[in-house]
Design a protein around this ligand. Structure first.
Ligand code: PNW
Length: 483
């Protein structure tokens, strides 16, 4: 029996501007840090770039029609800062107009637009002025948020400030695998704090604007959270390593926002690396502005150890597997061994129970936790279009089904989860992996740009239909939801 979900549970799918839009230099858009970084030899697999991506900029109508056919309640997308404010200071009306047309198309299809302001594509012009390491970026972000809200706030009710600040701060500035590709712990920790500040500043600003015009608005942030699991729970070195990863990956983000303070143990772990230097009086009050929801992105747990990797360790896509490039400031020695679970094409382990644990734990640990949405979850596998024209991806379907079930189990355990967004609607530009890793429930032929819903998309459509109390029996989309 398929598990049931509360009435009003939101079913969606997610994408990000730089990963799908293409049109990287059209209608006034200038380089984002990902356009620039992708041109650095060796930065992105196969020398791939976001220049064309999956051409969503020109095909958004077709893509919205796909979403409608799948029965999505909501679509989580991001606006590109480098399209809206290409030079970091001057608003580009043509850029905003694209998002305005996209939002209209979504509303016409009965799909709730769920907008993210920052999914990693800082204007390169601002990077050249120090980017996230320069406190001035906070004011620039507020201006960008305000311009976007002024253009779309009459039609978009759900606003997310940042997607996964952990990745764009520490993987981008310390691990170096994401733009801007630095290996500079001080810049990384400054980026963390300035993104926090930009988040809090934008939340207060948009709240003020919405209140002034009497609009209902939901404001939040999306974090990528993990369960840091000690390899050997009886080995104190592994337990300590897990505490450190939990501090720098989860609590460094959650605590300032939900408790108004950085965790004391985290401050000790990164002592002397510059975080204290960028915190100014009053910052934590700004950062802890109340939010209406917390988005949780979760793909896998992380098994951690305080000891060197075993000789037979198979390297994975984990940030710690590049020697000398750990993003974990102050805890660079921590390793992430493989516990023998099955893995996806990203080499990320498959362990759906982890999502249930994580969602339940958040409610137990944070007194002022707002409602949760799983804003990303999904899997990359090596898909191919088969002779019958279909894309058979049973592993992805099994992955999504097991995680959807884990969300239902978490709700049954008392977690307040209001929605689930599968990553991703379309195969797309998977950052440093280029077009090598396919996360879509819809296949994209990168030559012809033809979209083909994979079996997992058809399954997801049936699962959504079956979860609707009234539509369940009436729906004819695809028969038995438990297929
Ligand atoms: C997320 N990790 O990135 C992003 O929000 C998406 O844009 C991306 O395409 C998707 O997940 C799949 O990668 C992540 O190291 C990057 O654990 C790195 C990690 C997790 C998520």
């Amino acid at each position: 029996m398929a598990r049931t979900f509360p009435d009003g549970f939101l079913w969606g799918s997610a994408t990000a501007a730089a990963q799908i839009e293409g049109a990287a230099h059209e209608d006034g858009k200038l380089d984002s840090i990902w356009d620039a970084y992708a041109r650095v030899p060796g930065a992105v697999a196969n020398g791939d770039t976001p220049e064309r991506a999956v051409d969503h900029y020109h095909r958004y109508r077709e893509d919205v029609a796909l979403m409608r056919d799948l029965g999505l309640d909501s679509y989580r997308f991001s606006t590109s800062w480098a399209r809206v404010v290409p030079d970091g200071r001057t608003v580009n009306a043509a850029g905003l107009d694209f998002y305005s047309r996209l939002v209209d198309e979504l509303l016409e299809a009965g799909i709730l637009p769920w907008l993210t302001l920052y999914h990693w594509d800082l204007p390169q012009a601002l990077q050249e002025q120090g980017g996230w390491a320069n406190r001035d970026v906070v004011a620039r972000f507020a201006d960008y948020a305000e311009a976007t809200y002024a253009a779309l706030g009459d039609r978009v009710s759900h606003w997310t400030t940042f997607n996964e600040p952990f990745c764009s701060s520490l993987i981008g500035h310390v691990g170096g695998e994401h733009a801007p590709g630095l290996n500079d712990p001080r810049a990384g920790l400054a980026a963390v704090h300035h993104q926090h500040l930009a988040h809090g500043t934008a939340v207060s600003l948009l709240r003020e604007r919405a209140d002034a015009s009497g609009r209902e608005i939901e404001l939040g942030i999306t974090l990528n959270l993990t369960n840091a699991v000690p390899l050997n729970p009886h080995d104190l070195a592994d337990v300590e390593a897990a505490r450190r990863i939990d501090a720098i990956w989860n609590r460094m983000y959650l605590d300032p926002m939900l408790r108004g303070a950085y965790p004391a143990d985290l401050l000790d772990d990164v002592r002397g690396q510059g975080l204290d230097d960028v915190i100014e009086p009053g910052d934590l009050e700004v950062i802890s502005a109340p939010i209406d929801f917390l988005g949780v992105n979760h793909y896998h747990d992380d098994c951690v150890s305080g000891r060197p990797l075993p000789a037979d360790h198979v390297p994975s896509a984990k940030p710690t597997d590049k020697p000398g490039r750990s993003p974990f400031v102050g805890s660079e020695y921590v390793t992430m061994p493989w516990r023998g679970l099955p893995r996806t094409a990203m080499d990320w382990e498959v362990h759906p129970a982890g999502l249930r644990t994580l969602l339940v734990r958040l409610g137990e640990e944070y007194e002022h936790l707002p409602p949760l949405y799983v804003t990303e979850n999904g899997a990359a596998y090596d898909d191919e279009v088969s002779a019958d024209g279909a894309v058979h991806d049973p592993e992805r379907t099994a992955y999504i089904e097991a995680h959807v079930d884990a969300v239902a189990d978490a709700i049954a355990d008392g977690a307040d989860v209001r929605g689930y967004f599968v990553w991703s609607l379309l195969d797309n530009f998977e950052w440093a992996w280029g077009y090598d890793k396919r996360f879509g429930i819809v296949h994209v032929d990168y030559e012809t740009m033809v979209r083909t819903p994979k079996d997992s998309a058809l399954w997801y459509a049936r699962r959504i239909a079956a979860s609707r109390p009234v539509a369940a029996s009436a729906s004819t989309v695809g028969g038995n939801p438990a297929d």
